[in-house]
Ligand binder design. Sequence first.
Ligand SMILES: Nc1nc2c(ncn2[C@@H]2O[C@H](COP(=O)(O)OP(=O)(O)OP(=O)(O)O)[C@@H](O)[C@H]2O)c(=O)[nH]1
Ligand SMILES: [Mg+2]
Length: 219
Amino acid sequence: MDSVVSDAAASVVGGIPLVAGFTEPDEDLKAWQTDRTRAPVATKIVVAGGFGVGKTTLVTTVSEITPLQTEALMTEASEETDDLTATPGKLTTTVAMDFGRITLDDDLVLYLFGTPGQQRFWFMWDDLVRGAIGAVVLADTRRLKDCFPALDYFESCGLPYVVAVNHFEGSELFEPDDVREALTIPAHVPVMIMDARRRISAIETLLALVGHALDETPE
Ligand SMILES: Nc1nc2c(ncn2[C@@H]2O[C@H](COP(=O)(O)OP(=O)(O)OP(=O)(O)O)[C@@H](O)[C@H]2O)c(=O)[nH]1
Ligand SMILES: [Mg+2]
């Protein structure tokens, strides 16, 4: 019989190909993919913060898959509630959530869920944070008070969080300790200055959160 299946079966004995042209079974796999002792760990992380602070930007910057976005065009109807002074180029807003994925250290998979920033969508937060190991609270030093609701939310539900200042060029650059003091962030909570548009910077923030969440989680 000339079927592909029987040909292939006949030419492999004990996993070793006998016919030239066959690829090694594990040739294209990385070491971590063949190491049976290391199963990937999947975790959920929430990216929160005030309106237009860069949540969608962060998820999009780091995601290794095409991120899911739920952006809707902003119209004149939101003029009175949504302040665009700090982000004049912003045309859309998240109306449900952002979703992306990034694999760190080969076997730590982070599923990123970006929250909507507008107050009228906050009713979704309880569902979005369910099962998360921690949250990144993004802040913009020109409108620090916008991140208070997110800080209050994570403080009250006990979810570990880090504060990441998304530094917009043209705005004053503050030291993390100044931001900590202004927001009265407890000493054990990491505060960092980052740029949501730079992948390395955003990944450093996520690593800080994972480390912090591990520190906070009882053995
Ligand atoms: N200059 C500068 N612009 C940024 C930065 N991060 C985001 N932006 C811009 O700021 C705007 C807001 O970004 P988004 O990522 O949509 O903000 P968001 O927090 O998801 O907004 P909502 O979902 O509407 O609350 C966009 O126009 C971005 O291009 C930054 O670090 N520097
Ligand atoms: Mg958004």
